[in-house]
Design a binder for this molecule. Structure first.
Ligand code: SF4
Length: 262
């Protein structure tokens, strides 16, 4: 994230707007009479948020150290780059979804991102464009990122499955099993420091568990030695507005740990 005041201010405004869209009504809105006051207010609010998150951040730093000390070394990747990996698998037919997809949906974002978001599978718009999270749920993910002053270009976004299940049905276990090595290779190549699973199916697939989402949230887990956080899938937020509050709390904790990496 740039440190230029104007850019920071713009991100701050976008964050406020995104928070308001998420229905968060306890926002601290600065009374603005000049750019200087606005900037000061912005700094105060960010500082206030940092203080509120201080305990979480300090805990996160401690957990991160513990996690790093326990983190296994990444194995030598089978491919030298995401591009090489993409070229090798973009015509994959390992499961029946290869025959029904319009486009293979690999992933987008910073190939060296510290933070990786993983959803379950492409939807109709993603299948049409060949990019993950570009439909309504993807637009909401952008606003969720904006609410914590982040952009999709800073992170990496992909799914467990690279091809759309027909009719947006849930991915089948055999499809996920066949596609999982693709994801594992992406993680090895990107080497994120944090992963956030979006939704039950992604979380359960990454953790190889059937534990309900409600019991998986609010705890740090690990995938391939990388700290794993879990929140709702944006598509669930579109259906159930009441999930927005919990998602906001999840994102604040995720952002605090992300900041603690620096
Ligand atoms: S969903 Fe995964 S395993 Fe199935 S065809 Fe697509 S890339 Fe291959």
């Amino acid at each position: 994230m740039t440190n230029k005041p104007r850019d920071v201010l713009q991100m701050f405004r976008q964050a406020l707007a995104a928070q308001m869209e998420m229905g968060l009504h306890e926002l601290i809105v600065p009374k603005l009479s000049s750019v200087e006051i606005e900037l000061k207010s912005q700094a105060d609010i960010i500082t206030g948020e940092i203080i509120r998150n201080q305990e979480v951040t300090m805990t996160a730093k401690k957990e991160n150290r513990l996690s790093q000390s326990a983190m296994p070394l990444f194995q030598e990747p089978s491919y030298n780059s995401l591009e090489e990996h993409y070229q090798a698998i973009c015509n994959c037919q390992l499961c029946p979804l290869g025959a029904t997809r319009t486009n293979f949906v690999y992933g987008v974002g910073d190939p060296k991102a510290d933070l990786m978001f993983i959803g379950e599978a492409p939807g109709a718009e993603e299948d049409r464009q060949g990019k993950p999270f570009v439909g309504k749920a993807g637009q909401l993910l952008d606003r969720i990122l904006a609410s914590i002053m982040m952009k999709r270009e800073e992170v990496y976004i992909c799914n467990i499955l690279k091809c759309r299940p027909p009719g947006n049905r849930d991915p089948q276990p055999d499809e996920m099993a066949r596609c999982f090595p693709h994801l594992r290779e992406q993680v090895r190549l990107i080497k994120p420091k944090l992963i956030c699973a979006l939704g039950r199916i992604a979380a359960q697939a990454l953790l190889q568990t059937t534990t309900p989402l409600g019991k998986l949230r609010n705890h740090w887990h690990e995938f391939e030695g990388v700290p794993l956080w879990i929140t709702y899938h944006p598509a669930a937020l579109l259906r159930f507005q009441s999930y927005k509050r919990d998602t906001w709390e999840d994102m604040k904790i995720l952002k605090a740990r992300y900041e603690a990496l620096k």
